[in-house]
Ligand binder design. Sequence first.
Ligand code: TYM
Length: 333
Amino acid sequence: MKRILSCMQPTSHLHLGNYLGALKNWVKLQDEGAECFYGVVDLHAITASYDPEQLKDATREIAAAYIAGGVNPYNSALFVQSAVPGHSQMMWLLATMSQMGKLERMTQYKDKAGKDKERAGLGLFAYPVLMAADILLYKATHVPVGEDQKQHLELAREIAATFNTRHKVDHFVQPEPYIMGGATRVMSLRDGSQKMSKSAESDLSRINLTDDADTIAKKIKKAKTDPEPLPDNVKDLEGRPEALNLVTIYASLADKSREKVLKQFAGKSFSDFKPALSELAVSKLAPITSRMNELMNDKAEIDRILAKGAERANAVAAPVLQETMDIMGFWKK
Ligand code: TYM
């Protein structure tokens, strides 16, 4: 039986990259009958500067986006990381078997810490260890994420192996990264060499799940492209990262292959393609946005769902934490 776990940070509104690279696949796995745990990782979110006044609502908004995007909270366990104490407890245990050298090589840490490593927080440095704890705490077999999380997943696998070898046990499961679908790395609408991200300065670089139809259309209209018409095959998009990105987004939203999309639009210019992409994006995202808004108007209901989810998550996590501590030789009452 597959056990799926994945999470997102309540750092800002979710964007199209989060949706196509992760959430859409989460729903697919859930609908295929896997046992799923989907978390809102607020402990990760505080590794960057944040506003304590907004953290609760940001957390609820991510939960609302999961549900609006198709996660069924009666089926999948939908929880907040800080509400399941095992996450931070497991993190400490795993921190004792994580190598600083490896953490220093994490590209996300290098990007986020920037030039001034002296001032980077310990939390930012240890971010991947907390992520390993999230996964190993549930003995998750598969972790559906976008491509940018591959290196962190690799580290989680190494930490699991280190634990098992050190204690001569077969305790932790090796989690498999699930990097699914055609849009595993959605790029910025302003620069095809940068991934679409919550932290990019220009809001025009991303489509947020909270954007209304006019904003989506405006962003696609302003998206960077090139003067060439669309070719009839993917190979001819080489060296045209912005064009490739828009075609990839179209294909993923339409659940078609890029080849099929190019057959449909071969020879067409972006002045024809962009309106079609806008129409498709609005038709797929508007129902999600409106459902999210509806849910956010009933915060008590979201809180009920999250409380239930934390209970379900904890029922799996607490015994794994205890077993881990037993193997490590801790005293217990
Ligand atoms: P976060 O919130 O930064 O990203 C959430 C998910 O969205 C994917 N993603 C993308 N996919 C395609 N194209 C993009 N431009 C793009 N941008 C983001 C990410 O790969 C991710 O799947 N560290 C994790 C959160 C986390 C986690 C975990 C994930 C904490 N613990 C345990 C899995 C399992 C993160 O990047 O979140």
